[in-house]
Design a binder for this molecule. Sequence first.
Ligand SMILES: NC(=O)c1ccc[n+]([C@@H]2O[C@H](COP(=O)([O-])OP(=O)(O)OC[C@H]3O[C@@H](n4cnc5c(N)ncnc54)[C@H](OP(=O)(O)O)[C@@H]3O)[C@@H](O)[C@H]2O)c1
Length: 267
Amino acid sequence: MTILVLGGTGKTGRRVADRLTALDLPVRIGSRPLFDWQDRATWPKALDGVTAVYLSYYPDLAFPGAYDDIKAFTELAVSGGVRRLVLLSGRGEPEAQASERTVQESGAEWTVVRCSWFMQNFSESFLLEPVLQGVIALPAADVPEPFVDVDDIADVAAAALSQDGHVGKLYELTGPRLLTFAQVASELSEATGRPISFVRVTPEEYVAGASAQGMPREEAEGLAALFTGILDGRNAHVVDGVRQALGRPARDFAEYAAANAAVWKKS
Ligand SMILES: NC(=O)c1ccc[n+]([C@@H]2O[C@H](COP(=O)([O-])OP(=O)(O)OC[C@H]3O[C@@H](n4cnc5c(N)ncnc54)[C@H](OP(=O)(O)O)[C@@H]3O)[C@@H](O)[C@H]2O)c1
């Protein structure tokens, strides 16, 4: 039995792979060049001999085209002998929820891990550079989000892939506390000891700024759409999916910020 970990070098996948490897389970990392969402010819070889998949999409389950890819991949996987699928999904995103249904109706044992926004976006992703620069400029309203620690996500996903008690479960994972981006900036200032501020910009300003910094325009537009569309209050509540899945509380942003302070220290 081989477990294919898609996005296995990314924020969640890398951690899922580490946990499964520590359990002596055979893991195959599904990232490029072995597996490419943009090149379906790579899919059969990546799936060869695989019985379970950590299904994380790139760039985002809410972006156009994701649903078609998830549907095609799921059908291929199940017809080829995959018996368990653990899907990484996002809260309050209709496109992501359509992909969830595809996995739930696939005939495989399934677990859906439906997450709020990741804390690690500030330390391992598109918000790292803004934090280092001291200004987080986003088209985000004054709406709080219960940011979740990806180590919690990985703990849940690895449990779902390696144990039997999580089959047929939809876990909604959030952190334990609601924070606006302005409050995040303030907590990061405290953790790093340097001023980090939040500035609200228009979607057009965000796309122009992110593109100028090298982000592909399509990705910047997709992110702007997420900030303006989904950050409208629909996800502004904490839930206890981490406790349901693992029997322990979710990690708090302050713990994450303290643990990552070195990442944000200017060299
Ligand atoms: N960020 C959030 O706050 C948030 C919240 C809820 C849900 N999500 C969901 O999380 C998912 C992303 O997961 P993540 O943050 O763990 O990943 P990530 O850190 O963005 O990592 C990307 C991974 O995908 C691989 N990758 C890049 N391009 C690829 C391609 N064309 N084909 C196959 N693999 C490719 C990368 O490796 P290579 O570059 O080596 O190929 C890497 O392993 C998205 O579907 C998103 O909807 C995110």
